[in-house]
Design a protein around this ligand. Structure first.
Ligand code: SF4
Length: 380
C-alpha cells in the first residue's frame, strides 16, 4: 500500500541526530550526500533538506558520481520516436493546456487510421521506428476505436514499439466499458500496445491536481492506473512537471509517490524532469531558473535508487541547460521527437542532431529503444 500523503518536514536537530553530525547546513549536506554515496536510500526528510538548503553544485557532483556508478561514465543514450496526436478533442480541460479543443466545438480533429499509418511511415523514413500515440480524452471514441487502431498499426508494423495513451484515458475506458482496469490493459496489450507512459502526473498531490486540472484523475487514481498497467506487463516512464504553485513539500511528496510505485511494480524505466511551459493565460507559471532545474536533476538521481535512468528533455531544457543536465546526473536524452503539439518545441529534430549534441557535450552517443535496450531502435 503506497502512502500517498506522507508527512514531510525538516527539523535540523532531528536530522543532525539521525546523521550524527552538527546541526548546521554544511555539516548536514556533507553527511547526507556521503550517506547516499555509500549506497543508502535518501529519506524524504533528507531530500527536502537538500531541495531547500543543499548547494546545487555539491548535489550535482554527488549525483554525477551516482550516475557513473550506475552507468558507463562516457556514454549518454538517446532514442527516437514519433509522437502522433490522434485527437485534440478533450473534456478534461487542464488549465495549462493549449492543445485541446472543446468536444462538440467542431474546431478540433481526430485522425483516421490511414492518417496515423501515414505519419508512422514518415517517421520510419526519418529513422524513428517507435510510436508515442497521444491524444485528449475524447468521449466520441469508443473502446473499439482504441483496439482497432492498435491492431491496424501492429498489422502493418509488427516490430514497431507502440507507447500509447495515458492514465486519465485508461480510467475513462474503464468507466465506459464496465471492464476492470486490468482487463482494459490486457485488451490494449493484446491489440498491440507495448508500454504505457506516466503522462499527466504533473504534481501528484490532490491540492495541486485541483488547481491544475480538477477533472483529471486524483493522485490515488493516477497511481492505480500506473500500478495496474505495470502489473499487466506495460512498463513506462515517469516525470514531474513543476514551476507553478507547488510547495517544496509537494515536490518531495511527488517523488515519494513515484519511488513507492517503483518499489511495488519495478515497471518505471526512467524519470524525466519537466517544467511547465507558458501556454495559456489561464495558468500562471513562474520561470524555473537554471540552477533549480539542475537541482531537480541532481535530486532525482540521488533520490531514485530504484529507477535506472534520468532523462534530460532537450525539448524542455533546451540545448545549453540540457548539456549541463548530463553533468548533474542525467544519463539519457529523450529527443529527437518528430512531432509534439502539446509543448512548444525546441528539441533536437533528427538522430544526427541528437548524436552530435551528445558528442559535443563530451559523451559517446548510444542508441536505445523505449525499453532502454541498447543498440536497438524498436522492438527488435
Ligand atoms: S493536457 Fe491532455 S488531458 Fe489535459 S486538457 Fe490537454 S489534452 Fe486534455
Amino acid at each position: 500500500m503506497i502512502d500517498l500523503e506522507p508527512q514531510i518536514s525538516v527539523d535540523l536537530k532531528e536530522l543532525a541526530e539521525q546523521f550524527n553530525c552538527a546541526a548546521d547546513y554544511i555539516s548536514l549536506e556533507n553527511a547526507i550526500l556521503g550517506h547516499v554515496l555509500s549506497g543508502n536510500r535518501l529519506s524524504n526528510e533528507a531530500a527536502l533538506f537538500l531541495w531547500r538548503h543543499g548547494n546545487f553544485r555539491n548535489m550535482g557532483n554527488a549525483a554525477f558520481q551516482v550516475r557513473n556508478q550506475k552507468h558507463d561514465a562516457n556514454e549518454v543514450s538517446y532514442t527516437a520516436f514519433r509522437v502522433v496526436n490522434y485527437t485534440n478533442y478533450c473534456n478534461i480541460e487542464c488549465s495549462f493546456c493549449s492543445f485541446m479543443d472543446e468536444v462538440g466545438s467542431g474546431k478540433g480533429y481526430t485522425l483516421s487510421i490511414d492518417e496515423i499509418l501515414k505519419k508512422i511511415a514518415e517517421a520510419i523514413k526519418f529513422d524513428s521506428p517507435q510510436l508515442f500515440l497521444q491524444g485528449g480524452v475524447n468521449p466520441d471514441l469508443p473502446f473499439d476505436w482504441y483496439l482497432n487502431t492498435l491492431r491496424a498499426i501492429r498489422k502493418e508494423y509488427p516490430d514497431l514499439h507502440i507507447r500509447a495513451f495515458s492514465p486519465v484515458e485508461a480510467l475513462y475506458l474503464e468507466k465506459i466499458t464496465g471492464l476492470t482496469l486490468a482487463e482494459v490493459f490486457t485488451s490494449l496489450k493484446e491489440a498491440g500496445m507495448n508500454s504505457f507512459p506516466g503522462a499527466g502526473a504533473e504534481i501528484l498531490t490532490d491540492r495541486m491536481r485541483d488547481i491544475l486540472s480538477p477533472k483529471k484523475s486524483s493522485t490515488s487514481e493516477w497511481v492505480r492506473a500506473m500500478q495496474t498497467a505495470q502489473m499487466s506487463g506495460l512498463p513506462g516512464s515517469s516525470n514531474i512537471v513543476w514551476g507553478s504553485e507547488e510547495t517544496d513539500e509537494e515536490i518531495i511528496e511527488h517523488l515519494h509517490v513515484l519511488r513507492s510505485l517503483q518499489d511495488t511494480t519495478g515497471g518505471v524505466l526512467s524519470f524525466v524532469p519537466w517544467t511547465f511551459q507558458a501556454q495559456t493565460k489561464k495558468f500562471r507559471i513562474r520561470k524555473v531558473p537554471s540552477h533549480e532545474y539542475l537541482r531537480m536533476v541532481a535530486l532525482a538521481r540521488l533520490y531514485f535508487d530504484n529507477i535506472d535512468h534520468i532523462e534530460i528533455s532537450i525539448m524542455v531544457a533546451g540545448k545549453q541547460l540540457g548539456e549541463l543536465g548530463l553533468f548533474w546526473g542525467g544519463d539519457d536524452i529523450n529527443s529527437p521527437v518528430i512531432e509534439e503539439n502539446v509543448l512548444r518545441s525546441f528539441g533536437l529534430k533528427s538522430v544526427q542532431e541528437a548524436e552530435k549534441f551528445i558528442h559535443d557535450s563530451g559523451f559517446v552517443p548510444v542508441r536505445r529503444n523505449f525499453n532502454f535496450e541498447r543498440g536497438k531502435k524498436s522492438l527488435v
